[in-house]
Design a protein around this ligand. Structure first.
Ligand SMILES: *Cc1c(COP(=O)(O)O)cnc(C)c1O
Length: 456
């Protein structure tokens, strides 16, 4: 192509292809196949327009329409129109969001997002905020900050002394924590044997009445990891009771709120979260219920000095700008894309009431799923549907797995499987902004069809 901006041409071409894809997204098959890519690295340069066209054509059979309304796997958000538009700008601008000198625009947008998120969710106004890839890194950052804080209180400077000879850090978790907590702890040098597990109730909520007993036996310093939104059931830990018990032991309370954080924007749903704002740190995902595209996680802490001590990068050639936000001080990465831009656009386009309406719709559609399943022969809804998650079993483990497999091959909708309280279950996560009651009814009909098809 003969142009004054080959990059603009490539973008225009990609936008045409992407728009065509998005127009068919609602009805795209949820049963993709592995694509066939060129096996060898080419020796010679290729024409850009050909590369883009070929990329699209060869990959499209393997693209899972997880951004669409009938994808209920894992906890998967789509991407809101404003967020997608902002994501394209972020790619075209290709700003480095590490330091304010590199991009005053990114510094400003992160600053606004930090204020808005804290305000929207009712978290402490002085919270330190970092924009990370997802909740796994948010959990890591928060736990690294917890370690810095607790060690410093015990007279140990982790930055200078490292962990050899440090007072042992004890970690208390619920039996139904997300596995990314274990991974984050592993990255921090905390092994499985240093983790104390508090039993959960039948919905996967930490039993606060058992927490105090576990804490009693531990030497300080202690971190308690609570959860707002179980990845399977959606259940929320009793936050006030957890914070009360932890506070009595001088523990740092971390909340993994990857699933349920945005419920705090709804007057109705926020009742379940009462007391979560009293914690010391929070891990959030914007790429789940809020429907900002990947990758978008947020970490917040009540202790900015410890947060900074855990993650800040310093070098003489990396100047901090007084009065401006240097984003990389609050995250484990240095160079990074302007991932707060789509978040900003999402919040700007939804407003406070839009976020509330979005999460309330997800949760009411989850209840619509549960009601529909309740009427099906051999289907048993396994959880109290208080959020966006539904767990359902179909008589036996074998049958449940066969139904899941049949649904996954059917192409109408996509649901995953899990093991819940010792038995197999289908997981239905209503997280996409596009999902309507019609999508739920069509998906229920598909589950019913698969139930019939797998009958012995
Ligand atoms: C998804 C999830 C995580 C991990 O989040 P990523 O964004 O995949 O890193 C952590 N905790 C819970 C409860 C989750 O649902």
């Amino acid at each position: 192509m003969n142009s004054d901006s080959p990059a603009a041409d490539a973008l225009a071409q990609s936008c045409v292809l992407a728009s065509r894809y998005l127009r068919g997204l609602s009805t795209a098959s949820t049963s993709p196949t592995a694509p066939d890519l060129a096996a060898e690295l080419p020796e010679e340069p290729g024409d850009v327009a050909d590369v883009i066209a070929e990329l699209f054509a060869s990959l499209i059979p393997g693209v899972m329409p997880s951004a669409g309304p009938r994808y209920f796997g894992f906890v998967t958000g789509g991407t809101l129109p404003a967020a997608l538009g902002a994501d394209v700008l972020a790619s075209a601008w290709n700003q480095n969001g590490a330091f304010a000198t590199m991009s005053p625009a990114v510094a400003a947008v992160e600053e606004a997002c930090a204020r808005w998120v804290v305000d929207l969710l009712g978290l402490p106004g002085q919270a330190s905020v970092g924009f990370v890839t997802g909740a796994t890194m948010a959990n890591w950052t928060a736990l690294a900050a917890a370690r810095a804080h607790l060690m410093s209180r015990a007279g140990w400077d982790v930055t200078q002394e490292g962990m050899t000879g440090a007072p042992p850090m004890r970690v208390v978790v619920g039996a139904q924590r997300h596995s990314s907590i274990d991974v984050a702890l592993r990255y921090l040098g905390v092994g499985v044997r240093q983790i104390s597990v508090v039993p959960c109730d039948d919905q996967g909520r930490m039993r606060a009445d058992r927490l105090a007993a576990v804490l009693q036996d531990l030497e300080r310093p202690v971190v308690v990891c609570a959860q707002v939104g179980n990845v399977n059931s959606g259940a929320v830990d009793p936050m006030n009771e957890v914070v009360d018990a932890a506070g009595a032991a001088g523990a740092w309370v971390h909340v993994d709120a990857a699933v349920g954080a945005w419920w705090a924007a709804s007057a109705d749903l926020r009742q379940q979260l009462r007391g979560w704002e009293r914690a010391d740190s929070w891990a959030l995902d914007a790429h789940k219920g809020l429907n900002v595209g990947y990758d978008s996680g947020i970490v917040l802490t009540r202790h900015s000095a410890a947060h900074r001590a855990a993650t800040a990068i310093t070098a003489t050639y990396l100047p901090e700008t007084p009065g401006a936000r240097d984003g990389s001080l609050w995250v484990p990465e240095s160079s990074r894309r302007a991932r707060a831009l789509p978040l900003y656009a999402a919040l700007r386009s939804l407003g406070r009431s839009g976020v509330a309406a979005l999460v309330e719709r997800q949760c009411s559609l989850a209840r619509l799923f549960a009601d529909g399943l309740d009427g099906m022969p051999s289907a048993t809804v396994r959880n109290e549907v208080t959020g966006n998650q539904v767990l359902v079993s179909f008589g036996s483990d074998h049958r449940t797995d066969r139904v899941i497999e049949a649904v996954q091959h059917g192409g109408v909708c996509w649901m995953g499987g899990t093991t819940w309280r010792g038995e197999r279950a289908m997981r239905i996560s209503v997280s996409n902004w596009m999902t309507s009651a019609d999508d739920v009814h069509a998906s229920l009909a598909e589950i019913e069809r698969c139930l019939v098809a797998t009958a012995d």
